[in-house]
Each structure stands twice: as structure tokens, then as C-alpha cells.
Design a protein around this ligand. Structure first.
Ligand SMILES: Cc1ncc(COP(=O)(O)O)c(C=O)c1O
Length: 446
């Protein structure tokens, strides 16, 4: 049934990052199936952003709905002190799936909380491993997004998301993202930028004995799909080891097949993290859930005698919720059965090749791995405007395809179009997506 909401009703809902004085009424999405969603007027769109990079298995998966419904009927809630078997089963499944020995998982309700938890675990683990030192700082990268809570936002490197809430928390040090921004827009002949050298220098200036961890997305997502060079994570891992610093991989976007591997860090198997954060694709958005998994070495820092208070004293009422756990298990079963990580690798490779083949004058770089693709819009070494990017997005929507960009991140750098469809997308649907983007880019042809 079509709803006709007046503005007074639609502003009852306070939507994020929306200026209510000028914003039109929202597009109301009421149904989804596969890669498609339908609005309340019956218009169909191919959702090439998987909601917010999260609906990895696509919409309308009844087996997930059934698993969640049956769990809700059996046991609607369990306290984290007396967890439901299904929550244990999810932790065990993650322990088997995750690379290396990331076998101990703490559950929360969102990506931000997963990052918040990782920061707190890193601080406490380092305090207990190096008593007498004060290893509390987190090194993170500019342009990266890590969440909306005060800790995860302090780690975020996007001025536009932070400026209204400053001053944020102390103890966060930012460094450049892993790839040269001038090369990205084609403005460099000879590049000497070395992002790992910069981190090494920063560690020296700050003092290694003050740093708990380096926090990094394997591939920066919402900040503009920024891929590291191949030696980045192996060198960073070695640097962290040399200084007793923990490496945290924020895999809220890159987890569960998005980049063509089950987890983004698996692209660099010699550089696995000590702590990994997960959300989004963990349940494909069918339920809110976040997770922070740690290695044995980190977990053991929390062992001690009762009077020592070495345990992790954080409690979340809904963390590890049995219904979210049941939905996540059903979602993971689909990802594994349908080999969606492989599908993502093949689909992403096709999409990138197709786009590169257009030799479009306003595309300076096509980036990403798997079905996590970014198009850097630039001409003659200068970024296209955010308004231009928005016009392309609007035209693509007119063709029935929803795409995104790195909006409200760093001033003047919101020129990267983002494509991240469900990993279950068919070849024909990928063709539809590519054709719509190409038509949208027609606006920037001359
Ligand atoms: C890399 C990364 N970390 C953390 C978050 C925060 O997740 P949430 O919005 O579920 O709190 C996001 C959200 O987009 C993200 O992309």
C-alpha cells in the first residue's frame, strides 16, 4: 500500500545528515528481493550499494527470516552472562572461519560498537602486557571511517563527520591513507610517497611506549575505496611487531566476501591482525550485530587471578542477541554455500575491467577489490566537484540503479562514486548496473 507522508509526518523521523529546511521527503523503501528494492510508489531499483554496504546475500532470503523467527519464538533474549547456545555456535563458527587464531569473539550491536570495543580491548591488553608503560594511543588514517560513537569517531579521519562534535577524545593520532591522493587524480609524474615510512616516523615522534594499536580498514570503504599497495600491510605488520603495537583490522565493510576474499585481511596472509571488527555482512543487515574477535595472544592478556581485575569489564545488554546470532548463522551458511566471496571476486573483476574499458575522460582511477569498487572522478589532475558526482548519481537513479559516493568525509574530496551491490548479483544484473552508470557518466563527457 502506498503511503503518502506529509512533511510534518516525515520529519517525525530524524534522519542522519539531512538538512530538514531543504530536504525533500525521503525515498521510502518498503520491499526487497535479490538485488532489487521497491519504493512505496512501486518503482524498482537495483540497489548497487547493498543498503549501506551490508546486504551481502541480497534481500528476501526467507531462510534467514525463518531462522530469526524460530529463535525469537524459542528464546527471545538471553543475558550475555547466560548466553543462548546459538550465540556460542556463532562464536564457534567465526573462530573456524576467521584467518589465523582470531578465535575469541565479543559481540555488540553495530560496527561502531565493534570498533569502540576493539579500542578498549587494545588499551587494556597493552596496559596489562606492559605494566608501568602507558600505551594508550591509537594510530588511524585520515579519510577512514570507523563509526559514530565518541571513540570510533575520534579514530575516524574525516573532518566533515567530526567537526560539529569537537573536541573529540585525546589519544588518537592520524596518518595519511595508504595510497597517494595525487596519483589517484593523475596529477603525479613521479611519486615518492611512502605511507608506511610516515607511520614509522609518527611512532618515533610519539614514542612507541605510548601507542596501543594501529587501526586500519584493509581497504578504506566509505572514505572513497582506497586500496593499499601490496607491500603496505606486510610492512605495517612488521613495524607493529618491532614496537609491540597491536594491529586492528576494521572489517566492518570488508568482511564476509565483500572484497573477493572472505575477509579483507586475507589478501595479505602474512599480515593478519591481532584484533578484527565485524558488522554489516555478518548478518547481511538482517539483524543489527557487531563483533570484535581477538587472537590468543590478546585474549591471554585478560587471564589473571580474581583479585587482579584483568577481565574485560564491558557489558552490553543486547550484545550477542540470540535472534541476531541465528540470523547471522543463516546468513553465513548462504555466503559459504553460494561461494559468494568467489562470486564477488569474479563480478568485481568484470566490473572494473568493463569500466576501465570505457576510457571515460572523467574517470581518473577505478579502484577496489571484489564488489567494492570506487570511481575517482577527475579531469586534468583536478577532482570533479561533489555536485557533478551527485548529478551522475541522480541520473543513474533515473535508470533504476542506486549508487553512492564518499559523501561528507573530507572537504572537496567527495568525488568518488561507490559501487557495492549484493554479492549474489547475476551477470545480467551487473550488466544493467554498468550500463546505468555509463549513462549517468554521459553527463560528464564533454
Ligand atoms: C569501516 C567501518 N567501520 C565502522 C563503521 C560503523 O558501523 P555502524 O554504522 O554499524 O555503527 C562503518 C560504517 O559504515 C564502517 O564503514
Amino acid at each position: 500500500m502506498a503511503l503518502d507522508l506529509g512533511i510534518s509526518q516525515s520529519d517525525a523521523l530524524w534522519r542522519p545528515m539531512t538538512q530538514y529546511r531543504t530536504a525533500p521527503a525521503p525515498l521510502l523503501i518498503e520491499r526487497g528481493d535479490g538485488c532489487f528494492v521497491w519504493d512505496t510508489h512501486g518503482n524498482r531499483y537495483l540497489d548497487a550499494m547493498s543498503g549501506l554496504w551490508c546486504v551481502n546475500v541480497g534481500y528476501g532470503r526467507h531462510e534467514i527470516a525463518r531462522a530469526a523467527g524460530e529463535q525469537m519464538a524459542r528464546l527471545a533474549y538471553a543475558s550475555p552472562f547466560r548466553p543462548a547456545p546459538v550465540t556460542l555456535e556463532l562464536a564457534g563458527t567465526l573462530a573456524r572461519m576467521l584467518p589465523g587464531d582470531l578465535e575469541h569473539t565479543y559481540f555488540t550491536n553495530s560496527g561502531s560498537e565493534a570498533v569502540e570495543t576493539a579500542i578498549k580491548i587494545a588499551r587494556q591488553a597493552q596496559q596489562q602486557r606492559f605494566p608501568g608503560e602507558s600505551r594508550y594511543k591509537i594510530i588511524a588514517r585520515y579519510r577512514a571511517y570507523h563509526g559514530w560513537t565518541l571513540g570510533s569517531l575520534s579514530a575516524t579521519g574525516q573532518a566533515d563527520r567530526k567537526s560539529r562534535f569537537e573536541p573529540l577524545l585525546g589519544g588518537f593520532v592520524h596518518v595519511s591513507p595508504a595510497a597517494c591522493e595525487d596519483c589517484a587524480v593523475g596529477a603525479h609524474q613521479r611519486c615518492t610517497f611512502d605511507p608506511v615510512d610516515e607511520i614509522e616516523r609518527r611512532i618515533r615522534y610519539e614514542g612507541a611506549q605510548t601507542i596501543a594499536a594501529v587501526l586500519a580498514e584493509p581497504i578504506i570503504g566509505g572514505g572513497g575505496v582506497i586500496e593499499p599497495p601490496d607491500d603496505y600491510f606486510p610492512r605495517l605488520r612488521a613495524l607493529c611487531d618491532r614496537h609491540g603495537i597491536l594491529l586492528i583490522a576494521d572489517e566492518v565493510i570488508t568482511g564476509f566476501g565483500r572484497t573477493g576474499a572472505m575477509f579483507g585481511c586475507e589478501h595479505w596472509p602474512s599480515a593478519l591482525p591481532d584484533i578484527i571488527t565485524l558488522a554489516k555482512g555478518l548478518s547481511s543487515g538482517y539483524q543489527p550485530i557487531g563483533a570484535t574477535a581477538v587472537s590468543h595472544r590478546v585474549f591471554e592478556q585478560f587471564y589473571g587471578d580474581p583479585g587482579e581485575h584483568r577481565e574485560f569489564s564491558q557489558l552490553s545488554t543486547f550484545g550477542g542477541h540470540p535472534v541476531a546470532a541465528a540470523a547471522s548463522l543463516a546468513n553465513i551458511a548462504i555466503i559459504q554455500r553460494e561461494r559468494l566471496a568467489e562470486r564477488s571476486a569474479a563480478g568485481g573483476a568484470w566490473l572494473k575491467k568493463e569500466i576501465a574499458g570505457w576510457r571515460h575522460p572523467a574517470i581518473a582511477q577505478v579502484r577496489g577489490r571484489g564488489l567494492m569498487v570506487g570511481l575517482e572522478l577527475a579531469r586534468n589532475g583536478k577532482r570533479c566537484s561533489e555536485a557533478d558526482a551527485d548529478r551522475v548519481i541522480a541520473r543513474t537513479k533515473e535508470s533504476g540503479v542506486l549508487i553512492g559516493r564518499n559523501a561528507a568525509t573530507v572537504s572537496g574530496m567527495g568525488n568518488v562514486l561507490t559501487l557495492a551491490p549484493p554479492l549474489s548479483i547475476s551477470d545480467a544484473e551487473l550488466g544493467t548496473l554498468a550500463a546505468a552508470v555509463r549513462a549517468g557518466l554521459g553527463l560528464l563527457e564533454d
